[in-house]
Design a protein around this ligand. Structure first.
Ligand code: MIG
Length: 792
């Protein structure tokens, strides 16, 4: 049911405020027909919560339980027409007449301002209210975020809704898809903010589609309950949003390696053939996924013993070859009185019910199914314990949660009247739908974490609500093998990343259909820079393993996977920055330099971590393309050519390479190519150091790559700084922490020197170069604990 955002007379707007009060950082305002609660969480995060009657229980699945409020400075003024709350960053003005809100920075610049503000309409059919909020669109305002929308990055002029849906073979502009992320950014006058509308009902966002001057959001129920997050840097908004909704723990390093999947690899001999092929062809791979056909008649937590006679043995043998096994689970539990999972859930009353007490029944792969109510904490506990067998006894290393929108054949999803526990609050599917998948992923995460211990768990989920990143990585679902889908995957991963979900990726090459070799190569070249890196495809659609495209393409695909493995230290460090500060791993250009308005509309090029800039080739037959370089100086990774940013450039990209740039002054660590992450100790880490006049810093985070010793301090953070002038260059290193790395030394590769070096000094020891040294680059070995290197 869609509700048009036209101001109908039936909608109510708040009346004059007659009462207000304050309790520390919480301010309450009351009028005859509405209440507002404003909570100042930090100087830049302010929560607004409205109700026409009484506030419901203050509960959220999204919020990070460890998030702490702290606002240093807080002033309140009661003026003639408005109340004013001032933090050390913001002015919030609340109009007494109608509870409308205006937020300014301390210089009086309007950041966000209500148009109609809060309003509501009684919901006669279900009770409660339809709730709305509308705001002015500021001149030249751009909008970003909203999770997985497969359209242009800037959302202006469009309308969207969030209602998780299984969308097989989805198309550009299709809405909604699998995920529900009611969080968006606004950017105008160089200043960025975010609004996180924490409401799990079906939510709607209109960015000036209905009225080009009005942005509005609304929901089918619940409260207008949103967090305003001020930057002004977009990147800082992204970080604060993640601090609010939580980060994952560090994944095991192997989960950042290459994953190979298909619907489905079976029987066991097929899995071995696959594994042997990778090793025979020397193409790195860490993980094999088993899709639904490993199960006995699609019953979760069982195996088809004809196809897989001894799973524990197979898994431990594969482990010796460096392969980890991930298996899929679905929420639909087969109705079968002989099946232990069904029996237990039935006895315990753990299945979702219809309003009159019947069980929610629907068809999925196993035929008729019932569905556990993952919004019940007891159900989650039970589900998590089911993993003991798979994870602890059989050695499965990760769990893939599919169909958790939830998807049901024929009817799409659950009817809206299905009941859910919702942490003891007893609600209908209208309120629980958008969090169902996330709660399933949460239960799988808790079980896997417990039984994989002391190793780290890995969870993959298709659906999710805000905060799902605490439990799972996300893949974008059933895409197609087309060039357009390469572009869509790029938009979706950039968008997911700035929406709190950095650990994301798409089915490389497309799930549906058969890509040709060229498309697959271009797809995987891009996916090197998607944190979740998995090839997956549908069963009847031909082979899509790296060697499936013939001898002309296999080396190119191999080369892409190898680059991924070489970059793992960089990728892991980038992940650590995400975990510790909330910084998105993939960054749209506007998030790199929002003051340059050229970046606002750029889409295909993106930052990966804080040192690399990537631009996929997204056109068939292209061997070059134009792209925008943000301000600063950038070095072409393949040619070492230096470019000044702030304009478009033309970049060559024959099929074996693609546009990849390194920020000047960076230190990019590169490992030798291993066939899987823990294959062997390596002796040397290569540090590619790029000259810069301006001092530049790089961090390198290291730990064991699995387990929890890092929480006891077994990790280290290295900080490099690089700077120079026309005659010399310095590289400094500071190390914190005492993680003992495998490698003994660095191979230093110095790029882009503006002079011909005569020698270099490592911690006081001078090494002279031959007089005839002709190059502007240099390579030498340095001890891993060096403090200072001078090149002259
Ligand atoms: O109805 O498990 O998106 O990745 O291979 C299809 C079979 C069910 C959908 C997933 C896809 C997976 C497939 N699943």
């Amino acid at each position: 049911m869609e509700i048009a955002e036209t101001v109908k007379p039936s909608k109510d707007y708040p009346k004059q405020v007659h009462k207000h009060s304050r309790q520390e950082n919480k301010f309450s305002f009351e009028s005859a027909n509405a209440k507002l609660e404003v909570t100042v969480h930090t100087d830049r995060i302010i929560r607004f919560r409205f109700t026409p009657e009484i506030f419901s229980k203050d509960f959220s699945y999204a919020l990070n339980p460890d998030f702490r409020s702290q606002a240093d400075e807080l002033n309140f003024h009661d003026n003639e027409v408005s109340y004013e709350i001032r933090t050390s960053e913001l002015f919030v003005k609340i109009l007494k007449e109608n509870l409308q809100i205006k937020i300014e920075d301390l210089y009086g610049n309007v950041i966000n301002e209500d148009k109609g503000g809060y309003h509501f309409e009684e919901n006669k059919a279900f009770g409660g209210h339809y709730v709305y909020c509308s705001k002015k669109i500021q001149p030249y305002e751009c909008f970003y975020g909203l999770g997985d929308k497969p359209c242009d990055l800037n959302l202006r002029g469009k309308r969207f809704l969030n209602w998780g849906t299984d969308t097989y073979g989805f198309a550009r502009e299709q809405d909604p898809l699998y995920r529900n992320i009611p969080f968006y950014y606004g950017l105008h006058h160089g200043k960025g903010y975010g609004i996180f509308f924490d409401n799990t009902f079906e939510t709607f966002f209109d960015f000036g589609k209905e009225n080009s001057e009005v942005m509005s959001f609304w929901a089918q129920g619940g409260e207008i309950n949103y967090y305003f997050i001020y930057g002004p840097e977009l990147l800082s908004v992204a970080e604060q949003y993640v601090q609010l909704t939580g980060t994952p723990e560090l994944p095991p390093l192997w989960a950042l390696g290459y994953h190979q999947s298909k619907w489905s690899y079976y029987p066991e001999a097929k899995v071995w053939e696959l594994a042997h092929n990778f090793r025979k062809k020397n193409i790195p791979c860490d993980v094999i996924h088993l899709d639904i056909d490993y199960m006995n008649g699609f019953r979760c937590f069982t195996w088809d013993h004809e196809r897989f006679p001894d799973p524990a043995h197979m898994i431990s043998e594969l482990r010796k070859f460096g392969f980890k096994i991930i298996v899929i689970v679905d929420p639909g539990i087969k109705i079968d009185p002989e099946y232990f999972v069904y029996k237990e859930a039935l006895e315990k009353g753990f299945f979702c019910k219809r309003p009159d007490g019947d069980l929610m029944k629907g068809k999925v792969w196993p035929g008729d199914c019932n569905f556990p109510d993952f919004t019940n904490p007891e159900v989650r506990k039970w589900w998590s314990e089911l993993f003991e067998e798979l994870v602890k006894k059989q050695g499965v290393k990760g769990i893939w949660n599919d169909m958790n929108e939830p998807a049901v054949f024929e009817i799409g999803t659950f009817p809206e009247d299905v009941r859910h526990n919702y942490e003891g609050q007893d609600v209908s599917h209208r309120r629980a739908h958008n969090v169902y998948g996330m709660q399933m992923a949460r239960a799988s995460y808790e079980g896997t974490k417990r039984y994989a211990f002391p190793d780290r768990p890995f969870i993959l989920s298709r659906s999710g609500y805000c905060g799902v990143q605490r439990y799972a990585a996300i893949w974008t679902g059933d895409n197609r093998a087309t060039w357009e889908h390469l572009w869509i995957a790029n938009m979706q991963c950039q968008r997911l990343s700035v929406s709190g979900i950095s650990f994301c990726g798409s089915d490389i090459g497309g799930f549906i259909g058969e890509p040709d070799g060229e498309l697959f190569v271009r797809f995987i070249q891009m996916a090197i820079f998607h944190p979740f890196f998995r090839g997956h495809s549908s069963s009847d659609q031909g082979d899509k393993e790296p060697w499936a495209f013939g001898a002309a393409y296999e080396p190119l695909i191999k080369k892409a996977i190898e680059l991924r493995y070489q970059l793992l230290s960089y990728i892991y460090t980038t992940f650590w920055q995400y975990v510790t500060q909330g910084t998105p791993m993939i960054r749209s250009l506007a998030f790199m330099d929002q003051r340059d308005s050229h970046t606002h509309m750029r889409m295909e090029e993106f930052g990966f971590g804080d040192k690399l800039l990537v631009c996929p080739i997204s056109q068939q037959g292209a061997t070059w393309r134009r792209m925008y370089l943000p301000h600063g100086s950038w070095v072409n990774f393949h040619t070492d050519k230096l470019h000044k940013g702030g304009h478009e450039i033309r970049v060559d990209a024959p099929l074996d390479i693609f546009p990849l740039f390194v920020k000047s002054g960076s230190v990019i660590p590169m490992r030798p190519v291993l066939q899987f992450t823990g294959e062997k100790h390596f002796e040397q880490l290569t540090l590619h150091v790029y000259f810069s006049m301006k001092r530049n810093h790089t961090v390198l985070y290291e730990d064991a790559g699995d387990g929890y010793d890092y929480k006891e301090g077994k990790c280290s953070v290295k900080k490099f700084s690089v700077f120079g002038n026309r005659k010399q260059m310095r590289v400094l290193q500071k190390t914190e922490g005492n993680f003992e790395t495998d490698y003994k030394e660095y191979l230093m590769e110095i790029h882009c020197l503006p002079f011909r070096p005569k020698g270099f000094i490592i911690d006081g020891v001078d090494y002279k170069l031959p007089v005839r040294y002709m190059y502007r680059k240099l390579s030498f070995i340095a001890p891993k604990f060096f403090k200072k290197i001078e090149i002259y």
